[in-house]
Ligand binder design. Structure first.
Ligand code: NI
Length: 162
């Protein structure tokens, strides 16, 4: 930061250790840590409160009664003070165990047929990312800052718990 010209301010640094693992810092008391995970699942977009015709009109081929699948990517960002002893915001092994534990429950499942959370809620990516927040926030004890869910290369959904 001090090496930049006076008229420029350093906004934020992002340091990649791997393509799917990075840390960010903006000069404040806290730092954040992010990691990407993947899982595959099938689903069907169908709202029980709409007619079959309305469902077909709104969801198109995603309303196919036999479902379809996605390879989802979930980016998990946690934040907090850097622990003086470990130098980490969160124990990476513990984060992996927590996130994998939740994602393994969805992996290679049909979301609407097998996951109770989607029994009466359409499995749109918006609802999936909110569901994942509800599953991950409690075990991460206030450190979860941000989730980003890729359903396809072009469709990305973000949620920060609000
Ligand atoms: Ni879909």
């Amino acid at each position: 930061a001090p090496r930049l010209p006076a008229e420029a301010a350093l906004a934020r640094l992002r340091l990649y250790e791997l393509n799917d693992l990075w840390a960010e810092y903006d000069g404040a008391d806290q730092a954040s840590f992010s990691r990407s995970y993947s899982f595959s699942a099938a689903h069907r977009l169908h709202a029980a409160t709409l007619s079959d015709e309305q469902n077909r009109a709104i969801y198109g081929k995603c309303n196919n009664p036999n479902g379809h699948g996605h390879n989802y990517t979930l980016e998990v960002t946690v934040g907090g003070a850097i622990d003086g002893q470990t130098g980490m915001v969160i124990d990476l092994v513990e984060l992996d165990r927590t996130v994998r534990g939740v994602l393994d429950g969805l992996d290679h499942r049909h979301l609407d047929r097998e996951i109770a959370g989607f029994a009466d809620q359409t499995s749109t990516a918006e609802n999936i990312v909110v569901y994942l927040w509800g599953e991950l926030a409690p075990p991460l004890e206030g450190k979860l800052q941000y989730l980003k869910l890729w359903e396809t290369k072009n469709n990305v959904f973000e949620y920060s718990g609000k």
